[in-house]
Write a protein that binds this ligand. Sequence first.
Ligand code: NAP
Length: 284
Amino acid sequence: MSIVVTGATGQLGRLVVDELLERVPAGEVVAVVRNRAKAADLAGLGVRIRVADYTEPRTLEGVFEAGDRVLLISSNAMEDNTAQHAAVVDAAAKAGVALLAYTSVLGGSAATFRIAAHHAATEQLILESGLPYVFLRNGWYNENYSGNLGFVLKSGVVLGSAGEGRIASASRADYAAAAAAVLTGEGDKTVYELSGDQAWTFADLADEVSRQTGRTIAYRHLPAAEYSKIMTDAGVPARDAESVADADLGIARGELAAVTGDLRRLIGRPTTTIADSIAAALKN
Ligand SMILES: NC(=O)c1ccc[n+]([C@@H]2O[C@H](COP(=O)([O-])OP(=O)(O)OC[C@H]3O[C@@H](n4cnc5c(N)ncnc54)[C@H](OP(=O)(O)O)[C@@H]3O)[C@@H](O)[C@H]2O)c1
């Protein structure tokens, strides 16, 4: 019986593995990765590595064992990832895992932007599998914004289509700590609505960057099509740009604004503020 993390070489997955290694011996942790070489450092720490690709169901055979506690980290294919997740759910059900935790989206099926629909579809597949489950419905990462300050500082603007909508974001590390808590049996719910302790607007974000840099940064609201085109012109794949702009419309409708307290309670500390994540990014 092991704790198994898929997407373990991704940004969230690595943080989950780090958190697990603080709680359990490395030999109890399994990292499921697409590329073994990318996981060399994890192997060096004593984590067991299994190689599988969500898009090739045969590679998932034997990846899970009866009694495993599994975290399915959602694929970063922004659209069309339900079939990928279905292959993982199927493999977990065949193995008879003890828990399937899934990184879903804040609000679950109540969220109506496009990316959210794929999370809702995966939740439904997990429910239909009959496996014991936990839905970690993650709100937005601070790093979606603090990781993009180069453009903001160069252009002097925060661009978006979210109007005055609020975002109750938290850091990836906060969400990772929550996942590790659930995987090691610290949780007591099956559905967690995980979000930050404060909700902020894009205008607040611009003000905070201004405050920390001494520059004048403004928020410029754009129609979604215009925002999407600017991202595409800057090299973002068209479908990803459309998904980001579409998610902003969800933010405008208040769909990522809920301050629920679930994340703070699960990790036993306040969540990381957007101001702290900006400060950390500006130091690098
Ligand atoms: N809440 C938010 O604000 C937010 C923002 C962005 C994304 N997300 C979602 O949260 C997930 C985790 O976030 P993150 O920051 O860790 O993303 P990330 O760094 O892009 O990591 C995604 C992970 O998924 C793995 N993966 C992708 N396609 C796969 C496939 N076909 N088979 C097996 N593994 C596959 C990647 O493998 P490799 O390491 O081999 O690339 C990577 O480990 C994302 O994938 C996305 O679904 C949430």
